[in-house]
Design a protein around this ligand. Structure first.
Ligand code: ATP
Ligand code: MG
Length: 386
């Protein structure tokens, strides 16, 4: 039932209105409309107010404030006035009043105007609801769009390195094809193939991430032997480290006490988490220092920590480090786009895990990722590889 507020100071009109309106509507009265120049102490909600000239003169600021507070929903005010006062209605009055009725009041006219004004309010409420709904839809669409853009950046970011490598090796092969030994040619071709395979795997990952984020699929927790998986990953990094001169190298050490550690995790996401952390640790470390990668597995979780003695991260930068494109002030000329850690964070979140950081500028950093794990069932023991 609609609530109608009666702000009518003229006693006879008030009595009459109360009597007529109470049959169809909930009528509410302010505590006192008489002898009060103060602000109206009224905070009950209403759908329509009926006001007379005396009350309007006294409370016009309050009326304007009520209408403003409800905007863009219409809160109608109906003015009861006398024929002699109508002429005095200025342009100004229509900012507060939506309609008027001339006393002596005709019951049928009153009912008609009240119904029309209540319908206007109802329509504007419906319109506001649809508008809010539209706003939410638009926001979801915008979020999806941003997600797509960030996926595109991710692809560009991770494809560029292997692609540059492929361009470089093919140029080498073309330029020196007559002078390169068969062995060297074979080696370059193998590496080119590995880089191309890396891009292929990455595209799989990106498609998977996109599907997981848009809720189209849950991710597949496959049983993997974490010890074997990490060993192979470390091996890949150690191989690429070997390409550098010996005195310009970082040493990567893997600490793991588990001969085998079966757990169910999303392999491609895990590879991106650890790959990014290891490549950061190596990239931000000076030569002749150690990067220590440690794996600890319990019944319920897997803990991976990557520790380096590199440039460290200034305290002021640590909070925003997982934002896309954010790079700490001390990176100098070390290349990077600032996307790796935001990808890591996304993958950790998708696993329901957490990532923590301890770092001191000029001393080094320790990134620790803790992921909840499900132990594979006995009949589910075909380990995946990195
Ligand atoms: P890329 O997108 O190529 O990975 P990036 O390494 O700059 O570029 P992130 O991996 O997201 O981007 O890392 C964000 C920033 O965090 C880095 O720019 C660097 O300032 C800081 N950072 C990350 N790891 C380390 C680390 N191990 N030691 C020092 N600083 C680090
Ligand atoms: Mg990085």
């Amino acid at each position: 039932m609609s609530n109608i507020l009666l702000l009518v100071e003229q006693k006879e009109n008030r009595r009459l209105l109360l009597e007529w309106l109470a049959v169809y509507y909930e009528v509410v009265l302010p505590n006192s409309t008489e002898n009060s120049d103060d602000f109206l102490p009224f905070n009950q909600s209403f759908d329509l107010a009926i006001i007379d000239g005396i009350a309007l003169k006294r409370h016009w600021q309050w009326v304007a404030a009520q209408k403003e507070a409800e905007h863009p929903v219409c809160l109608p005010f109906l003015l009861i006035t006398s024929r002699s006062d109508v002429g005095m209605a200025t342009q100004f009055i229509w900012q507060s009043i939506d309609d008027l009725i001339i006393a002596p009041i005709e019951k049928i006219e009153l009912q008609a105007r009240v119904e029309i004004l209540l319908r206007s309010r109802q329509l504007s409420l419906t319109l506001k609801l649809s508008h809010d709904q539209l706003d939410r839809t638009l926001q979801t669409a915008q979020e999806l769009n941003e997600m797509k853009t960030s996926l595109l950046y991710m692809i560009a970011h991770d494809v560029r390195n292997p692609l540059n490598f492929i361009i470089g090796t093919t140029q080498l092969l073309k330029k020196y094809k007559l002078t390169l030994t068969e062995e060297k040619t074979e080696e370059l071709l193998d590496k080119t193939q590995a880089a191309a395979k890396g891009i292929d795997l990455l595209l799989d990952d990106v498609l998977l991430l996109g599907r997981v984020e848009s809720g189209k699929t849950g991710f597949s927790l496959l049983p993997i032997d974490l010890a074997k998986f990490c060993n192979e990953l470390v091996g890949e990094f150690q191989n690429s480290l070997k390409l550098k001169p010996e005195n310009d190298r970082v040493t990567l050490i893997f600490i793991n006490k588990h001969p085998s550690a079966m757990a169910c995790l999303e392999v491609s996401l895990l590879r991106r988490i650890l790959g990014n952390l290891l490549s950061n640790a190596i990239k931000y470390s000076p030569p002749n220092t150690e990067v220590i990668f440690e794996l600890k597995v319990t019944e319920t979780e897997a803990v991976f920590s990557v520790q380096d003695a590199g440039i460290g991260i200034p305290a002021a930068d640590q909070e925003r480090l997982f934002d896309s494109f954010y790079r700490a002030k001390n990176v100098g000329r070390i290349p990077g786009t600032g996307l790796g850690l935001s990808i890591v964070k996304k993958c950790v979140d998708l696993h329901g895990g957490e990532i923590t950081l301890i770092s001191e500028e000029g001393v080094g950093s320790i990134f620790t990722v803790t992921l909840p794990i499900a132990k594979p069932a006995k009949n589910q023991l075909s380990p995946a590889t990195p």
